[in-house]
Design a protein around this ligand. Structure first.
Ligand SMILES: Nc1nc2c(c(CN[C@H]3C=C[C@H](O)[C@@H]3O)cn2[C@@H]2O[C@H](COP(=O)(O)O)[C@@H](O)[C@H]2O)c(=O)[nH]1
Length: 341
């Protein structure tokens, strides 16, 4: 059976023949220049994963790694039909939305004595128990709750049967290689197989698998079993926020026809040509921004390959998108209900 192209090779192939999404070279250059001074900021650092996000586990521990595995197994599809009518989770007096509503629900369960990050528990949860743990504090439930239940059962059972119930086993098997861990995840956990066919070729994005490797790296602070020698080989994580911010910043552009569909709130399906073009061009665009940033520093005699990679660029742009919702409201997200992002 023909193998899937890697996310990086998929992105190159998609960007080369994309019809409705364009990577703007001039825009890429401008974004790289604008980020030049940001690279040394905490928002562009590995430490930012903990210091900027109170819901992320702060310890370096097996429990933290299993927290990350649970969160990234369910890290998909939080967008709501109406911005003012969405799932919110209240945790320690603060309301959280989107991805952070998932993290708040996980931490709320742990505080209530529910061992939600233990595979032995989540592999056998009933749908009612899943609804309770991930309940919203508004009357809008978290999207795709039935799918989340199915995936918890499937993923928890595999982790118990093949890896002793702990994602730490997978991390140790990866022998400090991000690509090896990525392969272990995609080969063993079906819900992470974020793949498509584009113009006759088998392409991959592996958004949740790649962010799982990245969040594991961050949680372990890039040390010990998390000292991945090839962390820079990962791409950004093709979700629905990164494309929005790239278009907002002028590094990427949609055709008039695609922009019209996005503005009308048209629903796309995972694997549609325009959806694949949005995701593939986002990955390719961010790879060019990274290359340009490294080049700018190289011209100043500085090798920044330890400080600039797609993971840190992604985290920075995703957090930027979070903090600039209002400024970006003219650029609609592309709407897909799927388990991949
Ligand atoms: N590319 C990229 N996509 C990311 C993340 C994260 C969470 N990462 C945090 C954890 C540590 C880092 O420091 C980040 O702060 C979630 N997502 C995706 O976004 C969407 C949710 O968006 P909204 O509805 O606005 O919450 C959904 O597809 C989800 O899968 C990321 O980092 N990069």
């Amino acid at each position: 059976m023909e193998a899937f192209l890697s996310p990086k090779d998929s992105a190159r192939f998609i960007a080369e023949s994309s019809q409705d999404v364009l990577v703007e070279e001039e825009g890429v250059r401008k974004v790289a220049e604008a980020l030049f001074d940001k690279v040394s900021a905490k928002e562009f650092s590995l430490a930012g994963w903990k210091s900027l996000h109170e819901l992320n586990p702060q310890a370096v521990s097996d429990d933290a790694v299993n927290w990350v595995f649970l969160a990234d197994t369910l890290n998909f599809s939080f967008w709501s039909e109406h911005e003012d009518c969405k799932c919110l989770v209240k945790y320690r007096g603060k309301m959280y939305s989107g991805y952070w509503s998932l993290c708040a629900a996980i931490n709320r369960a742990l505080d209530d004595g529910i061992p939600i990050t233990s595979a032995a528990y989540y592999a056998t949860m009933t749908l009612e128990q899943v609804r309770h743990v991930f309940r919203s504090d508004t009357d809008v439930p978290m999207p795709l709750i039935e799918e989340r239940h199915r995936i918890l059962k499937e993923t928890g059972t595999i982790l118990l049967e093949k890896f002793g119930g702990s994602f730490v086993t997978c991390v140790k098997m990866s022998e400090k290689s991000a690509q090896k861990l990525l392969r272990i995840v995609v080969e063993n956990f079906p819900s992470y197989r974020d793949e498509a066919t584009f113009k006759g070729k088998k392409v991959s994005f592996y958004k949740r698998a790649q962010i799982l490797v990245a969040d594991t790296w961050s949680s372990l602070e890039g040390k010990g079993d998390g000292c991945f020698s090839d962390i820079s080989s990962l791409t950004i994580f093709a979700d629905y926020r990164i494309p929005q911010v790239l278009v907002h910043l002028g590094a990427m552009r949609y055709s008039d026809e695609l922009m019209r569909k996005l503005r009308e709130g048209v629903m796309f399906h995972s694997g549609d040509q325009q959806e694949v073009e949005i995701r593939g061009c986002s990955i390719w665009c961010c790879g060019l921004i990274c290359d340009h940033l490294l080049e700018l520093y190289k011209k100043k005699g500085q090798n920044m390959s330890e400080r600039i990679n797609a993971v840190l660029l992604d985290y920075y742009l995703w957090d930027y998108a979070r903090d600039h919702r209002e400024d970006m409201k003219e650029i609609p997200i592309h709407r897909v209900r799927c388990i991949y992002y």
